[in-house]
Write a protein of this length. Structure first.
Length: 303
C-alpha cells in the first residue's frame, strides 16, 4: 500500500467532511438541542441536492440554488413539526413519514433517479475560475466559509430569546410550557432550522461531487449522529455553545478521514454502513465504559 495514496485519500476527505459538517450541524440542532430524533434528514439531504441540481441544469445561479434548496429543506422540517405537534404523531414516525414521501418527491423534482452536473457551473467551479484553485481546495474553501458563517449565526441565534426558548424546550418542555411559551412552535422552528441546514449541505455536496442522486441521503441520520458523537467524545462538552458547534464539524471531518483510511486499507465500499453503525455504537459506549472504570476508584476513595 502506497503511503502517498493514503495521504491523498485523507486530504480529499477533508473538504467532504467540512461540507457534510453543515448537515451535522442540522442533526445536532434537532438531536441534541431540541432532543428530537428526526429521521426527515435522510430525505431533506437528497431534497437539497435534487433541487439545487435541477435549478443549475436550468441555468439558475449556483449560489441561488443553495438558498432555494435550504428553503425546501425548511419546508420539510415544518411538515415534520406539524405532524408531531398538531397531529400528535410520535416523533420517530413523524420523521419517517416525510422521509419516505421525499423519496418520491425527489424523483418527481429530478424526473429521474439522478442528475449529472459535469460541465455545469457550480459554486466550486465559479470559485476555481476566480482563483487558481483545484476542485478539492475550492470545495474546502466554500465549506469553511459556509461553516464559519453558520456557526456564527447559530451562536448568535441561540443566544436570542427565541433561540433560548428552543434550547429550553429541548431541555425541559414541561417547564417551558408552564412559563407560557408555545412549545409546539419551538419544536417546529427547531426542525425548520435543522432540516434547512441539512438541505443546504445536500445542495453543496451535490455541487462538489458533480451529481445529485435520489439515494444520496440514505444513512444521513446515522452519519450525522456518528459525527456529533465523535466530536463530543474527542473534544468534550465543555466551554461554550460555539465550541460545541465547532466540535460537531470537526467530528464530521474525523469521520470522513476514518472512512478514507478504512477504504485505503481495502474495505469494500458496501461495508461502510456497517462500519458507521459500529463507530456510532463504539462512540456511544465510551462514556459508559469510562464511568464503569472510574466507579471502583471512586468507591475506594470513599472507603
Amino acid at each position: 500500500m502506497d503511503l502517498m495514496s493514503l495521504v491523498s485519500a485523507v486530504g480529499a476527505s477533508i473538504p467532504q467532511g467540512v461540507l457534510w459538517g453543515i448537515m451535522c450541524l442540522g442533526v445536532y440542532i434537532t438531536f441534541k438541542v431540541l432532543d428530537f430524533a428526526d429521521m426527515t434528514v435522510d430525505g431533506s439531504f437528497a431534497l437539497g441536492g435534487s433541487v439545487s441540481a435541477v435549478l443549475i441544469v436550468n441555468g439558475a445561479p449556483p449560489l441561488f440554488t443553495v438558498l432555494v434548496a435550504t428553503l425546501a429543506g425548511m419546508l420539510a422540517g415544518v411538515i415534520t413539526g406539524v405532524l408531531n405537534t398538531k397531529l400528535k404523531i410520535p416523533a420517530i414516525l413523524a420523521g419517517i413519514l416525510p422521509m419516505i414521501a421525499l423519496y418520491s418527491i425527489n424523483i418527481r423534482i429530478m424526473d429521474k433517479s439522478n442528475i449529472p452536473l459535469l460541465g455545469e457551473d457550480t459554486v466550486m467551479t465559479q470559485l476555481s475560475k476566480l482563483l487558481p484553485l483545484s476542485q478539492n481546495i475550492s470545495s474546502l474553501v466554500v465549506g469553511v466559509v459556509f461553516c464559519v458563517g453558520l456557526m456564527a449565526f447559530l451562536y448568535w441565534f441561540f443566544g436570542t430569546e427565541l433561540g433560548s426558548a428552543i434550547r429550553a424546550t429541548g431541555n425541559n418542555e414541561q417547564m417551558v410550557r408552564a412559563l407560557g411559551a408555545n412549545t409546539d412552535m419551538m419544536k417546529i422552528f427547531g426542525l425548520l432550522i435543522g432540516n434547512g441546514l441539512v438541505a443546504m449541505s445536500g445542495a453543496l455536496v451535490s455541487q462538489s461531487q458533480g451529481f445529485a442522486d435520489v439515494s444520496m441521503g440514505v444513512g444521513t441520520i446515522v452519519i450525522g449522529l456518528a459525527s456529533v458523537i465523535i466530536g463530543e467524545v474527542i473534544f468534550g462538552r465543555r466551554f461554550s455553545f460555539l465550541y460545541k458547534l465547532f466540535s460537531v464539524v470537526m467530528g464530521s471531518i474525523i469521520y470522513r478521514m476514518v472512512i478514507a483510511v478504512v477504504l485505503w486499507l481495502g474495505m469494500k465500499s458496501t461495508d461502510l454502513k456497517l462500519l458507521t453503525a459500529v463507530i456510532v455504537a463504539a462512540a456511544l459506549s465510551i462514556p459508559v465504559i469510562k464511568d464503569s472504570l472510574l466507579k471502583p476508584n471512586k468507591i475506594k476513595k470513599a472507603a
